[in-house]
Design a protein around this ligand. Sequence first.
Ligand code: ADP
Length: 654
Amino acid sequence: MAKETHEFQAETKKLLDLMINSIYTNHEIFLRELISNASDALDKLHYESLTNREMLEGNEDYEIFLIPDKESHTLTIADTGLGMNHDEIVENIGTIAQSGTKAFLEQIQKAKEAQGESSELSDKELIGQFGVGFYSAFMVAEKITIVTRKAGEQQAWRWESDGEGSYTLEEAEKEQRGTNITITLKKDYYGDEAEDDFTEEYKLQSLVKKYSDYVRYPIKMNFEVTETPKDDKGEPIKDAEPIKKTEVRTLNSMKPLWTKAKAEITDEEYEKFFQNQFHEWEKPMEVFHTQAEGTLEYTALLCIPAKAPFNLYHTDYEPGLQLYSRHVFIMDKCKDLLPDYLRFMKGLVDSPDLSLNISRELLQQSRELKSIGKALEKNILKNLAKKLDKHREDYEKFWNEYGKSLKIGIYNSIYGGTETIDKLKDLLLFMSSKEGKLVTLKEYVSRMPESQKKIYYATARDKETIEHLPQMELLRDKGIEVLYLLDPVDEFAIEAIRQYDSKDFHSISRGDLGLDDAESEEVKKETEEIAKSNDDLMKDIKEVLGDKVAEVKVSTRLKSSAVCLVADEAGPSLSMEQTFKEMENPLFKAKRILEINPHHELFTRLQSLHGAGKDTPEFKDYCDLLYSQALLIEGILPENPVEFASKLAKLMAK
Ligand code: ADP
């Protein structure tokens, strides 16, 4: 096959550009990234060889070799892992699969605009959420050459690129399975003059110690040593010429951190561990290290990462923990250990009770695994509850990153009984009209006045919109606290919970508000009378609007606004309808009720127009305009904005 030239995918190009222009100043971390990729490739080979021993080709060496070359100023990272074939190279190295890429690039752009150029900190945070791995090598590379052969396959491949937009791919020879990544270093990164010389053995040794000490496979390197010759008795021979020898040394300790006693592990060690093993860039928000003994023996080392990855809620995000049995890796991303609402947790479980020799499917269903999962879940929830109670600020940080995950968890449990809801409902936070702070449901309920029977909430994409909703005015005047549901998933979660402390949730944009204080009773009575005498008016407005609304009513909830749109008690709300529409699922329609304020001047005007005849164009235009206004207040565009504008203009010109 002839040498092929491929263009990088547009997004990869952008990312490479960012790398080469080095948005991240700590260049040395490229080594950690490549070693970590090599370690992943060894894990993958190990896993596949459990069911297919032939892949090993009779060679059981799992190792990573660093080969610096001062002459050609290159550094090669070689592994005996799974390797890649032609299509895998194109797939894995030429493109970025994660759909979060675009979001990542946009965020970088935004951060740059917000903080001016050279915003190193936010870049670092952003890379952390994304994990650019292999591409980071272009920070120090003039050219990168990959020679790789997939275990069990004959043909090897050579990939080469200077990171400038394209790469070449051609057939190659490679005896050993696995991948050799050779970096031809940029001028600044080799030789005695360089601040960082990545061809220098001792430099590399210290970097491995610093970043990759816990990698489970040996990271080896040849050292040139000089030795004084010894005589038969092992005594150094005086005045003899020293001999030069090459000695292979393993640079990392490989002792799994989680096997050490907790008291002996420093925060920094934990931090480094998660950086190495789980590609974390920042200090974890929380570390859980459990060493359980007794009927079920296991060690779990988990963390809540500092930042949620961009694709946490995309289908391409793979949740799950690593599994080990007696420190031997069994699998990556075991999904069945923790419930999906804890999908953000990273870490591993090591247990002698897990069998190495059963299939992945059977293992995931095993009783031991289930019990471990249950215990971990309990522990994590307990910790979160404690954080909420004792360290509110930290909890809010957690909530801002991962709250959505818990809310989705509640929504998804809707058909599975109340178990998940009961576990999570006290961990929820919502913005509230009181003090503009996040509150728990418990806090809300505890300060409800006795006459208030329901928990009120309002939905919109932002606080300001809610605060301007006509429906808010009355509740604000009465001093009733309202929860702000600002994320589309919130309302779905609330609907799934149904009740908290035997109190129903009630949207301020739905049905009857159910305020039964004396004043409200009075208003109700009065409205009923107005409604009775304006029955025809309401009916005729409904007739003009046709199917657009289910009902037109005289409102009890409006103070200074003329109209509002509410939804029926049952069925989806208006904001849920919008969410469904965005998901291109327009089947879910809210039953819309147009409410008109009988105390507004407009009401008198409507009455007089109606008196002049319900079929006059003017009355009809008024009805349409009323409805469009109500839509706009809800943040929904009128069905025909041009028509709306021209009707309004006509009216204004009068
Ligand atoms: P990530 O490691 O986060 O997936 P990278 O950009 O670092 O992203 O690597 C992209 C992919 O290239 C990896 O997921 C893996 O499939 C492949 N890859 C990288 N390095 C190696 C290697 N040494 N051996 C085998 N495959 C590798």
